[in-house]
Design a protein around this ligand. Structure first.
Ligand code: C5P
Length: 284
């Protein structure tokens, strides 16, 4: 049996930094959605746990293979289940690395879910949530893989009323940005966001997002000046209704009401700078 899972791009439509804990992690207030474009993972039964990585972004994965969140997730899940299971895992790495769109976290979450299915194990939900959070602050929301409000360091997840249909174009200048470095460079006051409640139409949704911001955008732009021309190019697209950076960057997004307009923007943005990574997905 082979199980296939897609790990979609995680996007912070807004991200307010509200405080800092003693362990250095920051309290956040964020609306997180997923754009339907991402990495693809497959899982097959095997003696040992192994990982093969391929795809356009594979060459950018530095560090030891054992540090990959997919392997950490697999070993963590095996320990949690207490079973001697193995799996041959493949990862088609399509999302840019260290890019503010939860590539590694999404892969880790997809591994937890894919391996539960492959191994036919049903861990206690609390234990699984703890394991997810121990892998990284964004892994719990990536387990949900659809729009939610996120607080705490990433563990307080609240479902939202359905969002309006919305298309997203993502652009990354192919510059890796270190999340700890961006948090460290942030000097502004902590800024809790007003809660975003109710069900929105497209226009109301955009207006509500415009009242909020990404507090990590200014420090990320200091570290990576390449972000500015990306944002300018996205906001210059005629049908783009909001442009902003996701997470700690450098990926930025544009929101569009209609798929056709988003596709036109995708083509335009690809032609402006062929070295940029550009992708498109409906938000969920
Ligand atoms: O949990 P994760 O390994 O993804 O976090 C990477 C780094 O990002 C942390 O070491 C921390 O510096 C920063 N971070 C933070 N507050 C959060 C999430 C991440 O300060 N809520």
């Amino acid at each position: 049996m082979t199980i296939t899972r897609e790990a979609f791009a995680k996007v912070n439509l807004y991200l307010h930094v509200c405080g800092r804990r003693d362990n250095g992690y920051h309290e956040l207030d964020s609306l997180i959605v997923f754009a339907q474009t991402g990495d693809i993972l497959s899982f097959e039964e095997a003696e040992d746990i192994t990982l093969e990585v391929s795809g356009p972004m594979a060459p950018f994965l530095d560090g030891e293979p054992a540090d990959n969140l997919v392997l950490k997730a697999a070993h963590g899940l095996r320990a949690l289940s207490g079973l001697e299971k193995g799996a041959r895992i493949t990862l088609d790495k399509r999302l840019p690395v260290a890019a503010g769109i939860g590539g590694g976290s999404g892969d880790g979450a997809a591994a937890l879910k894919g391996l539960c299915e492959l191994w036919q194990i049903f861990p206690d939900p609390m234990g699984l949530e703890e394991l997810a959070l121990s892998l990284g602050a964004d892994v719990p929301i990536c387990m949900k893989a659809h729009a939610n409000h996120v607080a705490g360091i990433g563990e307080k997840i609240t479902p939202l009323p359905p969002l309006p249909d919305c298309w997203m174009v993502l652009v990354n200048p192919m510059v890796a940005v270190s999340t700890p470095a961006v948090f460290k460079a942030r000097t502004a006051e902590f800024s809790p966001a007003a809660p975003m409640g109710g069900e929105y139409g497209f226009e109301g949704f955009i207006e509500a997002l415009k009242e909020r911001q990404n507090d990590l955008m200014a420090p990320a732009m200091e570290i990576a000046p390449e972000i500015k021309p990306v944002l300018e190019a996205i906001s210059a697209q005629p049908a783009c209704r909001l442009s902003r950076m996701s997470g700690s960057g450098a990926t930025c997004f544009g929101l569009f009401e209609h798929e056709e307009a988003a596709k036109e923007a995708l083509d335009q943005l690809k032609s402006i700078q062929p070295s940029w990574w550009v992708s498109l997905g409906k938000i969920i």
